[in-house]
Design a protein around this ligand. Structure first.
Ligand SMILES: *Cc1c(COP(=O)(O)O)cnc(C)c1O
Length: 396
C-alpha cells in the first residue's frame, strides 16, 4: 500500500490501517482471540522483552482493534491511538493518564453529563481539584489557571446547546501553564474538525456515535502523539483494562468506510431543517453551528470545515409543546443517542440533563423548551414533512 499520508480523508477511511492475513481477505478480518501463541519459549521471552514485535494479550492490543486505531490515526493525523470499550472509557483513561493527586483540571460547565461527573465528582475523590467555567469566555480559562493545572478538557460544539469553544486559544493558555488540552470531538466529528491541528494534545471520541453511525456498538478511542501514548497512556491503559472488543472494532472499521458520506449528508439534512425551523413562528430559539446567527459563528468559520449533524431549538410553548411536538413525530424517533443514520430527538431537561440542578441547567441554556435533534440519513423532504406536521399539531 502507498503511504496513507498522501491520501485524502475519504480514501483513508476506506483503506487506512488495513492489514491482511495469509488468506488475502477483502474485508478486514475479525480476530476474536484473547491471546497469542509463540513459536518457542525464547520467542515468548523476546516478545515480553519488547525485542520481538507482536501481540501478547488482547487487553493490550489486538490486530482488528489495531486496524481501527491505525485508520483513526490516518484520519486524524495522529501518531498513535488506543481503542477503548466506550467513549467514557476513552475520556476517563485519557484524563487519568494526565493527573495525580494535587493536580488541577479546568473544563467548561457545558459538558456531556458523564464527562462532567468525572471532572466534578470523581477526580476530587482522588485529590484532583477541578474548576468549571463558561468555556466560551476565554478570560475565564485564563483566570482559572493555577500553578498545579495539568489538564484543560473541552467539547466543541457542546452537548446539547452546541456552543463552540475557541480551541487554539484554550490550547495556548494551557500550554503556557505547562498542561495538556484534551478535546472530546464527538459532536464535530473528524470530518469537520481536527483538534490536533488546532493545538490540542489529545483527542477522544465516543465511536458509539457517528463512527458506528448505525446504532450497534459502543466504542471509543484516544489519539495523540506517539511519545504520550507510549510513555504516559499505555501502561495505565493496559493495566486497568478499558480495552475495545475486537468484534466492536470490526463493526467500527466498517462504519469508518462510510463516515464522510454519512456526516456530509446528515449535515446537509440538518442545515435544511435548521433553515426551516429558523423561520417558524413556534420556534423561539435555534442554535445551529452552520448558520451566521450562531453565537460563535466567527469561531465556527475559523476552526470547523462544516456545520453539524446536530441542532438545538426552543419551542415557544415550553415543555408541553416540546413533548407534544416530539410525540407527534413519525420518522424521527425519541432517543437520547446521536450521530445515527436514524434521526433522533431528545428533551435534554427531562432526559440527558435531568440530574443537573435546575439553576445549573438554565445557566447552560437548557430550558424546558429546549429540544436536541440528531439528524439522520433519511430523505430531507420526508424529514421536513415530519417536522412541519409535528409543528402543525401544536396549533390544535
Ligand atoms: C456519547 C458521548 C460520550 C460518551 O460515549 P459512550 O460511548 O456513550 O461512552 C462522551 N462525550 C460526548 C460528547 C458524547 O456525546
Amino acid at each position: 500500500m502507498t503511504d496513507a499520508k498522501n491520501w485524502k480523508p475519504a480514501t483513508r477511511l476506506v483503506h487506512g490501517g488495513t492489514t491482511r492475513s495469509s488468506f488475502g481477505e477483502t474485508s478486514e478480518a475479525i480476530f476474536l482471540t484473547q491471546g497469542y501463541v509463540y513459536d518457542s519459549s525464547e520467542a515468548a521471552e523476546a516478545r515480553f522483552l519488547g525485542e520481538n514485535p507482536g501481540y501478547i494479550y488482547s487487553r493490550y492490543a489486538n490486530p482488528t482493534v489495531g486496524m481501527f486505531e491505525q485508520r483513526m490515526c490516518d484520519l486524524e493525523g495522529a501518531e498513535a491511538a488506543r481503542g477503548t470499550a466506550s467513549g467514557m472509557a476513552a475520556v476517563n483513561s485519557a484524563i487519568m493518564a494526565c493527573v495525580k493527586a494535587g493536580d488541577h483540571v479546568i473544563a467548561p460547565k457545558a459538558l456531556f453529563g458523564s464527562c462532567r461527573y468525572i471532572i466534578e465528582k470523581l477526580l476530587p475523590r482522588y485529590g484532583v481539584e477541578s474548576t468549571l467555567i463558561d468555556g466560551t469566555d476565554i478570560e475565564q480559562w485564563k483566570a482559572a489557571v493555577r500553578p498545579n493545572t495539568t489538564v484543560a478538557f473541552l467539547e466543541s460544539p457542546t452537548n446539547p446547546t452546541l456552543e463552540v469553544i475557541d480551541i487554539p486559544a484554550v490550547a495556548d493558555i494551557i500550554h503556557q501553564a505547562g498542561g495538556r488540552l484534551i478535546v472530546d470531538n464527538v459532536f464535530a466529528t473528524a470530518i469537520w474538525q481536527s483538534p490536533l491541528a488546532l493545538g490540542a494534545d489529545v483527542v477522544i471520541y465516543s465511536a458509539t456515535k457517528h463512527i458506528d453511525g448505525q446504532g450497534r456498538c459502543l466504542g471509543g478511542i484516544v489519539l495523540s502523539d506517539e511519545k504520550w501514548i507510549l510513555e504516559e497512556f499505555h501502561d495505565p491503559f493496559k493495566h486497568t483494562g478499558p480495552a475495545m472488543s475486537p468484534f466492536n472494532a470490526w463493526v467500527l472499521l466498517k462504519g469508518l468506510e462510510t463516515l464522510s458520506l454519512r456526516v456530509e449528508r446528515q449535515t446537509s439534512n440538518a442545515g435544511k431543517i435548521a433553515e426551516y425551523l429558523a423561520d417558524h413562528s413556534a420556534v423561539s430559539r435555534l442554535i445551529y453551528p452552520g448558520r451566521d446567527d450562531h453565537p460563535q459563528a466567527d469561531i465556527v468559520k475559523k476552526q470547523m470545515q462544516g456545520g453539524s449533524t446536530m441542532l438545538a431549538f426552543d419551542l415557544a410553548g415550553g415543555k408541553e409543546a416540546a413533548f407534544k411536538f416530539s410525540n407527534a413525530l413519525d420518522i424521527v424517533s425519541l432517543s437520547n443517542n446521536l450521530g445515527d443514520a436514524k434521526s433522533l430527538i431528545t428533551h435534554p431537561a427531562t432526559t440527558t440533563h435531568q440530574s443537573v440542578a435546575e439553576d445549573a441547567r438554565i445557566e447552560l441554556g437548557i430550558t424546558d423548551k429546549t429540544l436536541r435533534l440528531s439528524v439522520g440519513l433519511e430523505d430531507p423532504e420526508d424529514l421536513l414533512i415530519d417536522v412541519s406536521r409535528a409543528l402543525e399539531s401544536l396549533k390544535g
